[in-house]
Design a protein around this ligand. Structure first.
Ligand code: PGA
Length: 246
């Protein structure tokens, strides 16, 4: 049985006070969640978030990391630095990073390998654009991203994948539960082709893209969907209704 994992990606939202206040407000509301619960605030608020979440069932994740340990990489943060302040998860290869910061599948792969070596759980993102879907290329895009992004991984069981169709992110347009389940199935099948069925059976695959209280239950009822990566709907106390969806 795969334990569901629901993660809130706060993107570039919330200052220090707002970050700890939201964690404080959500703590009692999510304490009985069956799912693993993860909040991903901005880098500067991670340490406060870790402190605020101490002793709760909330894990804290970063939204990115560098694959090198240290060096002349202005503006970057290493996995070691995240680990040192108690961060447990890291989102890797979000479509916004791929689009605005030229993050490649190769970089995603290096980051995932590094995160795992440090004991951080990588949440590796993939997903197609609307153009790719309309041209019938959604599957080949997702399979290609997984093959390149997840190659040569030792601890594949510990990887979490987030399938996020770009056309559904922040648009209010959710993939239908069938579309989402089918694409999460492509991810699982690709992992099976690469690492075998035992691995594919335990890797958790999240859906992301306009997930909200009104659609989380139907998405979670699908066979291949093991959780959600949530942007907009994770920014208020209403996120509790996504986390505790049943
Ligand atoms: P959204 O974002 O829930 O606001 O669509 C999802 C994401 O980018 O992870």
């Amino acid at each position: 049985m795969r334990r569901p994992i629901i993660a809130g990606n706060w993107k570039m939202h919330k200052d220090a006070k707002e970050t700890t206040a939201l964690i404080e407000a959500l703590t009692p509301l999510v304490k009985d969640a069956k799912a693993e619960v993860v909040f991903c605030p901005t880098y500067v608020n991670l340490k406060d978030a870790v402190t605020q979440a101490e002793g709760t069932n909330i894990g804290i994740g970063a939204q990115n990391m560098h694959y090198e340990t240290q060096g002349a990489f202005t503006g970057e943060v290493s996995g070691e630095m995240l680990k040192a302040i108690g961060v447990q998860y890291v989102v890797i290869g979000h479509s916004e990073r791929r689009e605005y910061y030229n993050e490649t599948d190769e970089a995603v792969n290096l980051k995932a390998i590094k995160a795992l070596s440090l004991g951080l759980t990588p949440i590796v993102c993939c997903g197609e654009t609307l153009e790719e879907r309309e041209a019938g290329n959604a599957q080949s895009k997702v399979v290609g991203q997984i093959k390149a992004g997840l190659k040569d991984i030792d601890d594949i069981e510990k990887v979490v994948v987030a399938y996020e169709p770009i056309w559904a992110i922040g648009t209010g347009k959710t993939a239908s539960k069938e579309e989402a389940d089918e694409a999460c199935g492509w991810v699982r099948q690709t992992i099976q082709d690469m690492y075998g069925k035992d691995a594919a059976d335990v890797v958790r695959v999240q859906y992301g893209g306009s997930v909200k209280p009104a659609n989380i239950a139907e998405l979670m009822a699908m066979d291949n969907i093991d959780g959600a990566l949530v942007g907009g709907a994770s920014l208020t106390e209403d996120f509790a209704k996504v986390v505790v969806y049943d």
